[in-house]
Design a protein around this ligand. Structure first.
Ligand code: M6R
Length: 368
């Protein structure tokens, strides 16, 4: 049932346009964003004054992407927290706090316990989940299902993009409830989202050069991933994919932190991936990242740059240039993450590892 692919993961990477399209389906009706289940009143949703996002692994990275969108669209303070840390530090929660729990399986013990702690403190819980009838959505006050379909590969791919998509819908639903976005603005954001499956398809169809780079770099000892704004969680996700599949040391961090320490790691031939912000957001951040690429290149690193087609400022500084289609800044992770998935899968395969079943890992982690 791998559909002609060598691994489920490759099939699941290819299914991402559909996962995103299916997750959007039916969620914009009569000019409004609708959730799947809502056991909390519209008034209570309007009264929310703070958002916490709790999740683990890739779901946590999708939560960092969500933070940028939720704060921008709703003006609500939003914090993202690793679920296993949440309840052990006595977070400040009450009935006007919304805790968004993101989980593909819906059975992750750390996330479930964070949900239970939130509920014991009277916070409202909204679940973003890929598995109907699983425990986390059952215990939540509201649910938005991702429709990635079953994910067999232990490394999350299509579920991750579907989570980002669903998180954006949560952000828009909150903005709509609070009135921080006019209905026509919500509609315009939704239309931007609807354009993404086609752009994702374009990236999925252009991964051969990434695989070539992966085969070339399969012997590396360590790889760094840099980004800013939503490029930062994309960097974290790129590093996690490489760690879990290729057992290679990898680290993702915000490019602005480079000068505060990590630049000391840069040496000859160290592969460094960088995601450039899209043209829409080009301004200070874009030029700062161009300087980062210059700095690391001057120290001998090998720069692998993911940027919009036609980003001529950075192309001459790139040892490898991976073009992606234009998008808004907030939606870019739906495109920029895909080359990292393909890279990790190909490095793992080149090293002779089981791409779908990496060592020491389970698809769903049901113990704390
Ligand atoms: O089922 P969940 O979304 O709650 O799982 C969370 C993490 O265990 C999961 O994302 C894990 O990090 C993946 N192996 C990442 O590829």
């Amino acid at each position: 049932e791998k559909g002609g692919y060598d691994y489920f993961m490759l099939k699941e990477i290819a299914e991402q346009p559909k996962a995103v399209a299916d997750t959007l389906l039916g969620h914009f009706q009569d000019g409004r964003i609708v959730l799947d289940e809502q056991r909390i009143s519209d008034q209570d949703l309007r009264d929310i004054d703070k958002v916490f996002i709790v999740a683990c692994g890739s779901a946590y990275h999708s939560g960092i992407v969500a933070k940028y969108a939720i704060e921008h669209w709703t003006r609500l303070p939003c914090e993202v927290e690793i679920a296993s840390e949440f309840r052990y530090r006595d977070p400040v929660l009450d009935r006007s706090t919304l805790v968004v729990a993101i989980s593909q399986s819906g059975e992750t013990a750390d996330t479930l316990e964070a949900v239970r702690h939130a509920k014991s403190q009277k916070a409202r819980v909204l679940a973003v989940c890929n598995t109907n009838g699983s425990q986390i959505p059952r215990e939540a006050d509201a649910v938005l299902y991702t429709h990635a379909g079953p994910e067999i590969g232990v490394a999350s791919t299509k579920a991750y993009l579907a989570q980002i998509t669903a998180n954006y819908l949560v952000g828009l639903a909150l903005a709509q409830a609070r009135g921080t976005k006019y209905p026509d603005e919500v509609a315009a954001e939704f239309r931007q989202l609807e354009k993404m499956p086609e752009a994702i398809q374009h990236v999925v169809d252009s991964l051969d050069p990434v695989r070539e780079i992966a085969r070339e770099l399969a012997g590396s000892k360590s790889v760094l991933f840099l980004g800013r704004h939503v490029g930062y969680p994309t960097a974290l996700e790129g590093a996690l994919k490489l760690k879990e599949l290729a057992y290679m040391h990898a680290e993702g961090f915000p490019a602005g932190e480079l000068k505060h320490g990590p630049i000391a790691l840069i040496e000859d031939d160290l592969p460094v991936f960088i995601v450039m912000p899209p043209v829409e957001g080009r301004g200070v951040l874009h030029s700062k990242l161009v300087s980062n690429v210059q700095e690391i290149r001057a120290r001998g690193a090998r720069t692998i740059v993911i940027a919009e087609e036609g980003d001529e400022a950075v192309r001459p500084l790139s040892d490898h240039f991976i073009p992606i289609p234009a998008s808004t800044t907030l939606l870019q992770p739906l495109l920029a993450t895909i080359p990292y998935q393909a890279f990790a899968a190909e490095v793992a395969a080149a090293r002779g590892y089981d791409v779908d079943k990496p060592r020491n890992l389970a698809k769903s982690v049901t113990v704390e």
